[in-house]
Design a protein around this ligand. Structure first.
Ligand code: CP
Ligand code: NVA
Length: 333
């Protein structure tokens, strides 16, 4: 019996393999209900607040739509519009919001902020991305992999890019928990912390999978079932890092040669947003400064039939709905 009522969702390290499995199955059920227009306002009368200190398209919209579909009231606080941090401590903010709302989503900076909210709110707190982790993204990724490849255990997922960012850290945890073999293709300078690696390595052993770091992208991506990448510079990092980051990561772009090197049924995933063309202001700016037309993935791969990035984006909503329902409802068992 799985009962997650009242539990925070701050990082996947806090969840067991069975609990993650439960959330994925619940997500499938909610996706099916949504597709078939079956009403699921199971949390009628509850209210949630979405606290964003960084910008967002998918996470904000996923929480809002999922909240409305479940019958809840939703308040969005945009970057800079609450007192939190500037005039009011994290603890006080958590206590105030916990008196008014049934659940709190936070996107922002240090993981410690969301952990602090979680310790003090008295209601479930959900991590919508911190510098260290992006756990709701992981549920959408796992669901998309399972939908496309039929299972998770024993697959090989290769992340190409900044191996210390929130998405790479979280993928290493998610893969270890679900028995997926995780390979990082990245220069040594961008490998994850030894502390997180040691934790994940032990979890992976329990689930019969391995975690490997490899500097040679061709060796890393051989026989991959899932190719995954993310932006080379994450939100909150200063503009000055672009030059060194491009130098470090330009060899790790996902191209059609990399796709050809992987398994024939490989899928391509990206948490999005992505710099795969020149249709963004940052993309144009980088092109003017460094001459790159595409960054972490080529437009060809991004638009190919291997690419499941928009299914993945849609799955953010179904999986976030499952997390809110599981942690707020009396009925989840
Ligand atoms: N993948 C993701 O978190 O997207 P947003 O930044 O648009 O929320
Ligand atoms: N690593 C990226 C993920 C965005 C969803 C960032 O933090 O900007």
């Amino acid at each position: 019996m799985t009962n997650l009522k009242g539990k925070n969702f701050l990082k996947l390290l806090d969840y067991s393999t069975d609990e993650i499995r439960y959330l994925l199955d619940l997500s499938k059920d909610f996706k099916n209900k949504k597709k078939n227009n079956i009403d699921h306002k199971y949390l009628n009368g509850k209210n949630i607040v979405l606290l964003f200190e960084k910008t967002s398209t998918r996470t904000r919209c996923a929480f809002e739509v999922a909240g409305y579909d479940l019958g809840m009231g939703v308040t969005y606080l945009d970057p800079g519009s609450s007192q939190m941090g500037k005039k009011e401590s994290i603890e006080d903010t958590a206590k105030v919001l916990g008196r008014m709302y049934d659940g709190i989503e936070y996107r922002g900076f240090d993981q410690e902020i969301v952990e602090n909210l979680g310790r003090n709110a008295g209601v479930p707190v959900w991590n919508g991305l911190t510098n260290e982790f992006h756990p709701t993204q992981m549920l959408a990724d796992l669901l998309t992999i399972e939908e496309n490849l039929g299972h998770l255990k024993g697959l090989k997922l290769v992340f190409c890019g900044d191996g210390r960012n929130n998405v790479a850290n979280s993928l290493m945890v998610a893969c270890a928990k679900m028995g997926i073999n995780f390979t990082l293709a990245s220069p040594k300078e961008l490998w994850p912390s030894k502390e997180l690696y040691d934790i994940c390595k032990d979890i992976a052993v329990e689930n019969n999978s391995v975690i490997e770091f490899e500097e040679d992208i061709m060796i890393a991506t051989k026989n991959a079932d899932v190719l995954y990448t993310d932006v080379w510079v994450s939100m909150g990092e200063p503009d000055e890092v672009w030059a060194t980051r491009i130098n470090l990561l330009k060899k790790y772009q996902i191209t059609s040669d990399i796709v050809a090197n992987a398994n024939s049924n490989v899928i391509f995933l990206h948490c999005l947003p992505s710099f795969h063309d020149l249709n963004t202001t940052i993309g144009k700016d980088i092109y003017n400064k460094f001459g790159l037309k595409e960054m972490e993935v080529t437009d060809e791969v991004f638009l190919s039939d291997k690419s499941k990035v928009f299914d993945e984006a849609e799955n953010r909503m179904h999986t976030i709905k499952a997390v809110m329902y599981a942690t707020l409802s009396d009925k989840n068992e």
